[in-house]
Each structure stands twice: as structure tokens, then as C-alpha cells.
Design a protein around this ligand. Structure first.
Ligand code: ADP
Length: 436
């Protein structure tokens, strides 16, 4: 018992004792009946007095005393003070717990992975915002509900009951169809378990792209290798092959070897470009001189089959000469390869609206609009046969896109089937320079 409690008890016992003494005195002085009556009245008074103190105490616990309001005896005041102090301490602890809970909720909601606590029966007890998004649930509405009734996905219920500790369950969210989540169940105690969900959409996409890329490269290399090995078998078997035939086969094999070499070269260029964000070095590139070089390369590629127009009206360009040469060269070689003999190819460098514009225009086969957004993807081809026949690797525009990105330039493609195509690279103004 606290000192205040002991003091209150002493006060009460003192009151009762005083009533007894008083009643005894009256019984001695008067008679027994008067004594009993006096004792009853005294005890009633003590009870009434205690009740009054209790009422005042109850009032004082609610509100602070008004000036002039009835006071309490010292023992009761102490009880009141202790009760008030305890109440204050409880309120402070409660406020601290609430503050901790708030910051915990904020932190848990900032976690990108979904966290959902379930009871042993699978009822939702608590969750963070990511869990709501991943599982398509609303915790305010669905708190206490069975998660298996909310997440309708084949196999989910079985996984929840018998979770595999090694393999996660892959969930396709019905609300956001395109996204994939890996779910894992972690037991917390006999009473609770934690359901963790991780967004694996991007990781899966990268994995799919990687396997697609490996399949593409294997396929691209397999075709020329099959041709070469076929010819080699022919060589081994045909004793009576004329030297003209031998030369013919050797030329065909050399073509295939060149094709494999260009593919490997393009792959190496692409992986180097992807490995570094920026060119190793930059210089002031003399565009007039670069365009002259492109012109002469175009002439040897075209073998006089096309009309070539070259026009240089712009200043020098800040950038990596080797990379710019590779990007522009790819655009020019595409224009020649996809333009039938007799067509025109125009190469142009000028300033428009403050931007440096490198343009290659051709009057070739053109490209249907639906292919335009995908042209810079690796191995994307509109006409596979034509690309191969003209020595294409399917990587040219992917390389162009990377190089332009590294030079903060945009690639704009306009084309019409049967009319021709225009490929434009737009360089920012700060890359335009005058030659020293
Ligand atoms: P490829 O080695 O096959 O030419 P690219 O990446 O350079 O690969 O080009 C991708 C595809 O874009 C080509 O296969 C071709 O279908 C199309 N293409 C590119 N340039 C032109 C052009 N100037 N005219 C028509 N089609 C083009």
C-alpha cells in the first residue's frame, strides 16, 4: 500500500474509532439504545463524508479545481496528486508510443517491398502501402479479412498454406496486369506470419531481354557458320572440283566470314558503348572534312549506282570524331543499302533553330510507320532478307542511337513506303563550335 493509501486508511479508521468511543460514552451516560443510535448516526456521517470526498476526488480528476471549490483532506489530496501524476506519466508514455508508431508507419510505407502481417488463419492484421499496391487490397477496408479471399490468383492459396522456402510464388497483379511480384511467407511466431512481396517486373524484363539477345546473336552467327561448314564439306568430298568452282566457293565463304566479322565488330562496338556513359575523349570535329570522308565512302559503297549530294553549311561540332564518324557512316550506308540503283542520297549538315542538324535523306524503299518506334532496337529489321543480302547486322541503328545519346543528340526518323526516308540527328547548340 502506498503512504497515501495508508494515511487514508488511518483517517477512516480514526473516524470509525471516534464514532465507537462516542457511542460507548453515550451508552454509559444514557442507555444502550441511545448508544446504538449514536453509533449508527456517526457511522452514517462517516460514510456520507467519505462519499463526499470521493465525489470531489472524481471531479478533480476530470478538471482542475475552481477557486473557492471545496478542498480535500491532506490524505485525499495526496491520493489525488499521485493519481494525477500517474495519469500524466501514462499520457506521456502513450504520446511517445504514438510518435514511435507514426514514424514506424512512415518508414514502413517508404519500403518499396510489400509487408503484410497475417494471423495463423491468414487474416490480415497489418500491412504497408506497397502491400496494398502489390496485392490490390485496401487495408482500411480489408483489415481482418482473409487474404486468400482477396488475392484471387491460381496457386496462391496453396502457396500460402504450404509456402516453399526456396522458391517464391510469382503473382501477376490483376489490377496492374503488366507487373509481376515475387511473394514469400516468413513465419513470425505460432500466431503470425509475414507475407513479403517484391516487384520483379524489371528484373524479369532484363532477364528476358538478355536471353532474347543471346538467342539472336547465336542465330546470327549460326547462319553464316552453317553455310561455311556446308562449303567445307563440299570441298572435302568433291575431288573433281574445277578451280573456277573452288574460287566461287571460296568467295562465298569469304563473304560469310566478312559477315561474321562485321557482326562481331558491331557487337563489340555496342558493348563498349553500353559500358561507358560518355565518350573517352572529345574534340572539335571539322564537319566539312568529315562530310568529305563520308562522301568518298558512300561513293565506294554505291559503286556509282546512286546520285550523291553532299552539303555542309554548319560549323564544327564538339564530340568524339570516331564515334560521330561511326554513327553518320551507319546512316549513310543504310541509305545506300535501302535505296535501289538510280535513287538519290543527300547528306546535309546545317544549323536550324540554333541546333546542329546532320541529315541523311534517301529516295529508297521507305519504312512503314508501325516499324519506326522499334528501328533502334538491337536486331530489329523490317525486311530480314534485304538486310542480310546487303550485309546488314541489325545493329547499325542501335549503335547510332547510343552514340547520339552520348552526344545529347536526338534521332528523328521520317519515312514513307516507296518514297524514301530521312534520318536526322539534332545536336544541342552548345556542341556547335568554330574551328580555331
Ligand atoms: P541493318 O543492319 O539490318 O540495316 P539497322 O539497325 O541499321 O540494321 O537498321 C534496322 C532496320 O531499319 C533495317 O533492317 C531496315 O529494315 C531499316 N532501315 C534502316 N535504314 C533504312 C533506310 N534508310 N531505308 C529503309 N529502311 C531502313
Amino acid at each position: 500500500m502506498t503512504p497515501a493509501g495508508r494515511s487514508s486508511l488511518r483517517f477512516l479508521l480514526g473516524g470509525v474509532l471516534a464514532a465507537l468511543v462516542l457511542a460507548l460514552l453515550i451508552a454509559v451516560v444514557a442507555d444502550a439504545l441511545a448508544g446504538w443510535s449514536a453509533l449508527s448516526i456517526a457511522l452514517i456521517l462517516v460514510a456520507l463524508w467519505q462519499t463526499r470526498q470521493l465525489i470531489i476526488l472524481a471531479d478533480r480528476l476530470q478538471v482542475a479545481p475552481a477557486p473557492g471549490s471545496p478542498g480535500l483532506p491532506a490524505a485525499w489530496e495526496r491520493t489525488l496528486r499521485e493519481a494525477t501524476e500517474q495519469h500524466r506519466q501514462t499520457s506521456t508514455t502513450l504520446a511517445a508510443v504514438e510518435a514511435h508508431l507514426r514514424s514506424f508507419t512512415v518508414a514502413m510505407n517508404a519500403v518499396p517491398d510489400g509487408l503484410l502481417i497475417l494471423d495463423a488463419g491468414g487474416r490480415i492484421q497489418w500491412g504497408n502501402q506497397a502491400a496494398e499496391t502489390h496485392l490490390g487490397i485496401d487495408l482500411t477496408r480489408d483489415g481482418g479479412a482473409f487474404v486468400e479471399q482477396l488475392v484471387r490468383n491460381p496457386g496462391f492459396v496453396d502457396y500460402l498454406r504450404n509456402p516453399d522456402t526456396q522458391l517464391p510464388f510469382i503473382l501477376q497483379n490483376s489490377a496492374a496486369r503488366a507487373r509481376l511480384y515475387a511473394l514469400r511467407v516468413v513465419p513470425l511466431s505460432d500466431l503470425n506470419k509475414l507475407l513479403i512481396s517484391i516487384d520483379v517486373t524489371d528484373a524479369r524484363r532484363v532477364e528476358a531481354m538478355r536471353s532474347e539477345f543471346v538467342a539472336n546473336v547465336s542465330h546470327e552467327l549460326r547462319t553464316p557458320l552453317t553455310v561455311v561448314s556446308g562449303f567445307l564439306e563440299h570441298f572435302a568430298e568433291a575431288d573433281a572440283m574445277s578451280s573456277a568452282q573452288q574460287q566461287h566457293f571460296a568467295r562465298l565463304m569469304s563473304d560469310q566470314a566478312t559477315r561474321m566479322l562485321s557482326l562481331v565488330d558491331d557487337l563489340l562496338t555496342l558493348s563498349r558503348l553500353e559500358a561507358e556513359d560518355a565518350p573517352a575523349s572529345e574534340e572539335t570535329v571539322d564537319m566539312a572534312e568529315l562530310l568529305r570522308q563520308l562522301h568518298s565512302e558512300a561513293q565506294s559503297l554505291s559503286e556509282q549506282a546512286h546520285r550523291l549530294e553532299v552539303n555542309c553549311d554548319g560549323p564544327a561540332l564538339r564530340g568524339n570524331r570516331k564515334e560521330l564518324h561511326s554513327a553518320f557512316g551507319n546512316l549513310v550506308s543504310n541509305a545506300i543499302r535501302y535505296t535501289p540503283a538510280g535513287g538519290t542520297i543527300r547528306i546535309d549538315w546545317r544549323v536550324r533553330d540554333g541546333l546542329g542538324i546532320f541529315m541523311v535523306h534517301d529516295s529508297g524503299v521507305g519504312i512503314a510507320a508501325e516499324h519506326l518506334p522499334r528501328l533502334t532496337e538491337r536486331f530489329y529489321r523490317v525486311d530480314r532478307g534485304r538486310s542480310r543480302d546487303t550485309g546488314g547486322t541489325g545493329l547499325g541503328l542501335a549503335i547510332v542511337k547510343h552514340i547520339l545519346l552520348r552526344h545529347q543528340a536526338a534521332l528523328i526518323i521520317e519515312s514513307q513506303i516507296g518514297t524514301g526516308s530521312t534520318f536526322q540527328a539534332e545536336f544541342p547548340a552548345w556542341r556547335l563550335q568554330t574551328l580555331e
